[in-house]
Design a protein around this ligand. Sequence first.
Ligand code: NAI
Ligand code: 15L
Length: 265
Amino acid sequence: MKRLLLTGAAGGLGSAMRGRLKGLAEIVRVSDIVDLGQVAEHEEAMVCDLGDRAAVDRLVEGCDAIIHLGGISVEDKFSKIMNANLLGLYNLYEAARANGMPRILFASSNHTIGFYRQDEYLDHEMPMRPDGLYGVSKCFGEALARMYFEKFGQETALVRIGSCMEKPKNHRMLSTWMSYDDFLSMIECIFRVPRLGCPVIWGCSNNDTRWWDNSHVSYLGWQPKDNAERFRAEIDAAVERPKPGDAIAIYQGGPFVEDPIFAED
Ligand code: NAI
Ligand code: 15L
């Protein structure tokens, strides 16, 4: 493809994935609300607030595909979530509709279902059970994407990412972890498959203790290779085992279920 847009490119996941996307498109348009640092030869940088409709229109123009990582990524004040994750999503989908409907990967989250218990095995049809306003904003994003698919045929992969980082940081993440390599191979499958539709895809590696069933998206041909189990001994040694009554040991969303509703200033 000619031009791939990566939003949230200055964030934790965006920074890790940015270089890895080089072979996917001739030009990777990297964007964030903050400075994007050094720009590689295959990149072009655009600073943009997702809440600014005109700026998002300019951002999406000329793009053949979008990986949408930008936004508030943890529990926060509603006003901040509203601008980036609600208004920002609407702006992105309207811009896509006006610009040839490039295929979108939407970084949704396990916090759409955070109130399920860790002894439950979920498929993509289980009702949402968000664990905070952040989780609710990802439910909104999934619903918005679904509506644009039903109404206009806009294709989106709704990737409910577990914990995508270099390695799992605690016992819960032995179930939720997705390696960068597995995320990259998922991205390749999403943009290569002839017909994507608008599926929910659980974003975790091939972890022995995973909680999520991806059999409905076997048509993507995605085969995660990594397994968090190889970090178990390291985590046992470095991280105190949670007590049986701790949220991190009970709920899929872990500590997010205990976050308060943050007050506005
Ligand atoms: P992050 O917080 O490190 O990165 C998000 C980026 O979005 C930041 O660079 C931030 O500046 C940018 N941003 C925030 N508000 C914006 C606005 N109004 N306009 C434009 N850009 C804005 O988060 P991370 O970990 O890199 O996650 C990336 C995406 O993946 C997020 O959407 C997050 O919700 C989702 N996700 C990540 C998981 C993970 O394990 N890293 C797990 C589940 C979901
Ligand atoms: C998320 O949605 C967050 O963006 C990320 O920071 C992690 O905390 C992850 O979920 C998780 O649940 O581990």
